[in-house]
Design a protein around this ligand. Structure first.
Ligand SMILES: *Cc1c(COP(=O)(O)O)cnc(C)c1O
Length: 360
């Protein structure tokens, strides 16, 4: 090395994000249930829109994202001017940290909260603070107790990943009412579309000046590979965030495909119904063989084993049977296993493999 590198604070403290395993050595037909992807894939209309875009790839994408933002605004009844598109909702999370949390500032997230909160906080030089949950549910008293005069952001996924549980509206209101001034509450609605009649936190954004919502096309819309998500918040907050955005942060393919996916409400409805059906079935079948889980509101369940040893043995057995699931020891849940709700056949295979495992 010839130069002394001037590395910015926080960067070397980051442990890289570990995504879901996607392959099993020697098994080309493994079923991946480790990243909460839509087992049915995106809408066929979205795929067609993506393919139609192929002839225009020499063109730069829209800078304003106007067409898609208007559709999002109309679909969810929001103010189009306060919608910000990102390269995945991960990018909105990182904008929030860069904009509002630097050295000496604290970013709170719940004990079993999504890994990107901690990473983004560190990358912006801030201090991530993990706050205990109560039986895998957000503990608002603990969050409020952890607030200091340096707290700038509180991240809360609702439904939460990897627990699948939800924080009741009244508790969210209590948190937003009592957190310190100058602190923003970020409601991550990555799984909001799986919950019937749920606005993902939009109502809180409309009613307050200290709540931001993030959403994604990666989950129910089945577009994780395209990288597109969005944020919604108070005008002054969104004006700050939009300054961090590169003009072409979302590709033209992502814009047209997301638009077609959002328009195909019938397909989304079908995905929501299938998820609900097989999630209920899977949880009930696993409960019968001694593998409990909390009622999940998302497209996965988190089953609990006796201890870490049993969880690891079960995971090995799943792999032998061509099933890839997510171990969540790094989310402080070493005795648990997160299983994405697959299609009918995948769910049946999961039950068969775990039944065999339990029978020893
Ligand atoms: C999957 C997920 C996201 C989505 O991230 P993208 O960058 O939009 O793909 C965000 N938050 C949580 C809690 C998630 O599980």
């Amino acid at each position: 090395m010839t130069t002394k590198l001037n590395i910015q604070p926080g960067i070397m403290g980051v442990k890289p994000y570990v995504g879901g395993v996607s392959k099993i050595e020697g098994n080309a037909n493994a079923i991946k249930l480790s990243s909460n992807e839509n087992p049915l894939g995106p809408s066929p209309k979205a795929i067609a829109a993506y393919q139609a875009e192929a002839g225009h790839l020499h063109r730069y994408p829209s800078e304003s994202h106007a067409g898609l933002r208007e559709l999002i605004a109309a679909t969810y009844k929001l103010d189009v001017d306060r919608i910000l598109m990102g390269c995945g909702s991960d990018e909105i999370i990182s904008f929030l940290c860069r904009a509002f949390a630097g050295e000496g500032d604290e970013v709170l997230y719940t004990e079993h909260g999504f890994g990107m909160y901690q990473i983004s906080a560190r990358l912006s030089g801030a201090t991530p603070v993990s706050v205990p949950e109560k039986n895998r549910v957000t503990d608002v008293d603990a969050l409020l107790g952890a607030c200091t005069e340096n707290t700038r952001l509180i991240f809360l996924a609702n439904p939460n990943n990897p627990t699948g549980t939800m924080t009741p509206d009244a508790e969210i209101a209590r948190l937003a009412d009592n957190m310190p001034e100058g602190c923003l509450l970020v409601l991550d609605g990555a799984y909001a579309d799986f919950v019937y009649g749920f606005d993902g936190g939009a109502g809180f954004v409309e009613a307050r000046d200290n709540v931001v919502m993030t959403r994604t096309f990666s989950k129910i819309f089945g577009l994780g590979g395209l990288r597109i998500g969005w944020g919604y918040g108070p005008k002054d907050v969104m004006e700050v965030l939009s300054r961090l955005r590169g003009p072409f942060n979302v590709s033209s393919a992502a814009l047209v495909t997301a638009k077609a996916a959002l328009e195909d409400t019938e397909y989304t409805e079908h995905c929501r119904a299938e998820n609900e059906k097989w999630r209920g079935w899977l949880a009930a079948e696993l409960e019968k063989i001694g593998l409990p889980s909390d009622p999940s509101f998302a497209n996965f369940i988190l089953i609990r084993f006796k201890d870490e040893e049993e969880a690891l043995a079960a995971n090995a057995h799943m792999n032998e049977n061509g099933l890839i699931v997510r171990m969540v020891a790094n989310y402080n849940l070493p005795h648990a296993m997160r299983i994405t709700i697959g299609d009918e056949q995948s769910c049946r295979q999961v039950v068969a493999a775990l039944t065999e495992f339990k029978a020893g």
